[in-house]
Design a protein around this ligand. Structure first.
Ligand code: GRF
Length: 207
């Protein structure tokens, strides 16, 4: 059996990648078969190497444009027969052609309760807005910015002090649970997009 083949795209520290490696990799038929970054210095790449997972770097400057770069990433993933592409702190938009090629096979983790506070600096946006509740969203990626169908969400209370680092720590803790849980559910075939309303995601069972 081929198993369920996951690739992770990450630009930064890679704590979400680490959670995936620790909780999913090599279990229940799930394999992380590759980690891709747009940044050669991303700590995520070191985490992948430490877990003996293949890595690749696609720096924007080495390609004519974003479409060409994303085509190359898509081909790399295609060569590895990837079932699911996970964006875990991947700080770039993906070309529409890439999103269509992997339709409903790309997930992203976002540090807010979408559709509130999409885009960059979601934690800062939430604090600036003065919300008392924020959270974490795992969603399928469509052509928009953090606009795809929502798979799982978890709310988090903003600390009374509104201290950013405290909120960020809690968001990370929740992300490290929620993202692996969503991937496990997808790998089990327990997640499907509604036939009539493509915004609705049905999660058929608890992991
Ligand atoms: C996470 O907060 C995620 O929600 C956002 O980028 C951050 C990545 O953190 N998209 P890490 O690199 O996984 O530590």
């Amino acid at each position: 059996m081929n198993g369920f083949r996951v690739a992770v795209l990450a630009s930064g520290t890679g704590t979400n990648l680490q959670a995936i490696l620790d909780r999913l990799h090599g279990r229940d038929g799930i394999e992380v078969v590759g980690v891709v970054s747009n940044k050669s210095e991303a700590q995520a790449l070191e985490r992948a190497r430490a877990a003996a997972v293949e890595t690749a770097i696609f720096e924007r400057s080495r390609f004519a444009d974003r479409a060409a770069r994303d085509q190359a990433i898509g081909d790399w993933l295609g060569d590895r027969d990837v079932d699911l592409v996970v964006l875990a702190g991947y700080m770039e938009l993906l070309a529409d052609a890439f999103v269509r090629r992997f339709a409903n096979r790309i997930v992203n983790v976002h540090p807010a309760l979408l559709p509130a506070f999409p885009g960059l600096n979601a934690v800062g946006q939430a604090l600036e807005h003065g919300v008392r509740l924020t959270g974490v969203t795992v969603h399928f990626v469509d052509e928009g910015v953090d606009s795809g169908p929502i798979i799982l969400q978890q709310a988090i209370e903003v600390p009374y002090t509104r201290e950013r680092s405290e909120l960020e720590d809690e968001i990370h803790r929740v992300e490290h649970e929620l993202l692996p849980r969503a991937i496990r559910l997808i790998a089990k075939g327990a997640v499907r997009v509604d036939d009539e309303n493509p915004r609705l995601v049905h999660v058929d069972e608890e992991a």
